[in-house]
Design a protein around this ligand. Structure first.
Ligand SMILES: Nc1ncnc2c1ncn2[C@@H]1O[C@H](COP(=O)(O)OP(=O)(O)OP(=O)(O)O)[C@@H](O)[C@H]1O
Ligand SMILES: [Mg+2]
Length: 254
């Protein structure tokens, strides 16, 4: 059970953002606690990605506020988000295909020797150390990431977030392009991160996966928040009902 009695890791309050008259996100409030996975569900275009892009600094909300650990956060750019230990793994993974796992893990934040040279040996050693914990079966340390499977690529992105001490992880459909085995691997990674106390926003279209991996689910429709429920207290049909009808049954509101 996630302890929700303390201060939330993230509180998004009354967030709105429009694009040329279309309200992509309309007065949405959600929060996230340490060790919690909150799933974001909703039809295509519901506003899920737009909402979390306000947290990751890709977009700036028109109105509303974000609090991190109870303090108001000013997030204007992805760099700002990182200063709040927020890391994002996008729908389309941004990895440098021709570089190996270690180079990708440290991309833009390379380790250097005392003399200021890029320290490849140290980066590979750190990469092996972190994979030992996250994905012990990973072997392709020297290969360009273009030769990795979708799941292995996801694990490189997740390792990068973990190495840089993300406390808040935003995952936008991390398993959308993966087969069942790889999806399972990412699911295990998410559970491991949760155990380590990270808070995770997980956008996913699969209600079964949300029920399995998440503590709560927030459902959006046409930019609005339909409701937030504890997944233990709902069936997948309840979740589908919320997505389609856009209404939370009274007894389910959490
Ligand atoms: N940069 C943008 N410019 C204009 N409109 C945008 C932009 N980004 C999002 N939108 C619009 O905002 C709405 C919400 O889009 P968003 O990408 O957040 O949906 P989503 O819930 O993530 O959908 P999906 O499940 O398809 O990824 C849509 O109507 C979309 O067309
Ligand atoms: Mg999206």
């Amino acid at each position: 059970m996630v302890d929700r009695s303390g201060t939330p890791l993230v509180e998004m309050r009354d967030i709105s953002i429009s694009f040329g008259g279309i309200k992509a996100v309309d007065h949405v409030s959600v929060d996230l606690f340490p060790g919690e996975v909150v799933g974001l569900l909703g039809h295509n275009g519901a506003g899920k990605s737009t909402l979390i892009k306000c947290l990751s600094g890709a977009y700036r909300q028109d109105s509303g506020e974000i609090f991190v650990n109870g303090k108001k956060a000013d997030i204007q750019t992805p760099r700002d988000a990182r200063t709040y230990n927020i890391e994002t793994i996008y729908q389309t993974l941004a990895l440098a295909d021709n570089l190996d796992a270690a180079s990708n893990l440290f991309l833009g934040r390379e380790l250097t020797t005392a003399l200021g040279f890029v320290d490849d040996a140290a980066m590979e050693a750190e990469t092996r150390r972190i994979f030992k914990r996250l994905n012990p079966n990973f072997r392709k340390f020297a290969a360009p990431v273009s030769s990795l499977s979708g799941g292995q690529r996801q694990s490189v992105a997740i390792a990068r977030a973990v190495y840089f001490e993300a406390k808040i992880l935003v995952m936008d459909e991390p398993t959308a392009a993966l087969g069942p085995q790889e999806t399972q691997m990412v699911a295990e990674l998410i559970q491991e991160l949760k155990k380590q106390g990270l808070g995770i926003f997980l956008i996913d279209h699969d209600v079964h996966q949300v029920k399995r991996l998440c503590d709560r689910a927030a459902v959006m429709k046409n930019g609005e928040l339909v409701g937030v429920v504890e997944v233990d207290k709902v069936s997948t049909d309840d979740l589908l009902g919320m997505i389609i009808a856009g209404k939370t049954p009274e007894h389910l509101a959490a």
